[in-house]
Design a protein around this ligand. Structure first.
Ligand code: MRU
Length: 367
């Protein structure tokens, strides 16, 4: 993706072996790149959401395994990788992409006959995983644009009204995005569209990140507070909802950023299609029911406060009264029954056990 005309990914390896990424905490106001050289520093960056979004987290975890190997002696390699795998898996619990990436790398290096072979296999596997995710997102964009084009034809010349939540754009991936990938392709093809961006309290990934991405790409959008979405749907101002996913079970139950489930309910109530865009790496074949998905709870401080730019300084201000209690569940689960379909790198699949089974039989991303 382009930032001020220059091509970027969210995360990459530098020529001298560090891992660099866009520090998303300061967007949209500052575009800062952070570099880390240890798996511990990368794990901290994941936990504190310098880098975030399920697909970007998977790539970060893969790069984390590479950093762990780089700082280990040949004799310590297996122990260092096992320790790094545990550390990375514990950073954020909901996005299955982290465990998927770590397990894929471990599988790729298993049985290596020498440290040299292991290091070689590891780097090859990291590159294949990252490039694979980029390509899967690119393909989601192509399939999704065809879907948006069909929906847009029903609107004649009026813009197609798309509702999204959180940030499932290229910042949440390595490139292209999941839910936003089709929006970019459709916009590039000249399909008239407009995106309703729900702010996504408390971290404001919609208001800060999605709005910034759409603006960079020249896509018309409007930010609304999360609680405006019922009104939007009731007024007939949304034609389709498109969101990402952090983990999808075998029956199609889908964990995504808190606030996704009420949007799915609203869409059902108002007869609006609700699509989840995700590559096959976001499907968890080990779980069937959404109730078994581990859901992250973050610090109540995120609810008590809001952060942003004041003049030229970043400030955090307190919202709640001193002594107030707050709870900060960060993800919710949308039952499969509320999802119109899964938009994947292989096209559209029904949000049913059979649909997920078909996808998993087609895809070969699981170790
Ligand atoms: O807490 P975050 O910002 O990592 O949550 C991100 C989401 O919920 C996204 O919708 C999801 O990861 C989509 S993948 C681009």
């Amino acid at each position: 993706m382009r930032v001020n005309g220059r091509a970027y990914r969210t995360i990459w390896r530098t020529p001298d072996g560090a891992i660099a990424f866009i520090d998303q905490r300061f967007l949209p106001h500052r575009f800062l790149i952070e570099e880390v050289r240890t798996v511990e520093a990368l794990a901290d960056a994941i936990r504190e959401m310098h880098i975030r979004g399920a697909i970007a987290l998977g790539a970060a975890a893969a790069y984390g395994m590479e950093l762990a190997a780089a700082s280990a002696s040949d004799a310590d390699l297996p122990t260092a990788l096992a320790r790094a795998a545990e550390l990375l898996k514990q950073t954020r619990p909901t996005a299955v992409n982290i465990a998927w990436a770590v397990d894929s790398i471990l599988k790729a290096v298993a049985g290596a006959q020498s440290a040299e072979e292991l290091r070689h296999r590891l780097r090859t596997a990291v590159d294949a995983l990252v490039e694979g995710e980029v390509e899967r997102c690119r393909r989601i964009g192509e399939h999704g644009a065809a879907l948006l084009e069909t929906l847009a034809q029903r609107k004649a010349t009026a813009p197609l009204q798309i509702l999204t939540h959180c940030n499932a754009g290229w910042l949440g991936c390595v490139d292209y995005g999941t839910a936003l990938a089709p929006v970019y392709v459709a916009a590039d093809r000249g399909i008239p569209l407009h995106v309703w961006v729900s702010e996504t309290r408390p971290r404001n990934q919609g208001a800060a990140l999605t709005a910034w991405e759409l603006q960079q790409h020249g896509v018309p959008y409007t930010v609304v507070v999360d609680s405006a979405c019922g009104h939007l749907l009731q007024q007939g101002m949304v034609d389709v909802a498109l969101v990402g996913a952090d983990r999808i079970t075998r029956r199609g139950d889908t964990a995504n950023k808190i606030g996704t489930y009420p949007k799915a309910l609203l869409c059902r109530a108002h007869g609006v299609p609700f699509y989840v865009a995700a590559p096959s790496s976001s499907f968890d074949p080990t779980l069937t029911n959404g109730t078994d998905i581990p859901l992250e709870e973050r610090s109540p401080e995120e609810v008590h406060t809001a952060s942003g730019l004041h003049g030229d300084r970043f400030v955090t201000v307190r919202i709640t009264p001193d002594g107030a209690r707050a709870w900060n569940p960060s993800f919710d689960v949308t039952p499969a029954e509320l999802i119109t379909g899964f938009l994947t790198e292989y096209g559209l699949f029904p949000a049913t056990a059979e649909g997920v089974e078909d996808l998993l039989a087609t895809a070969h991303v699981y170790p």
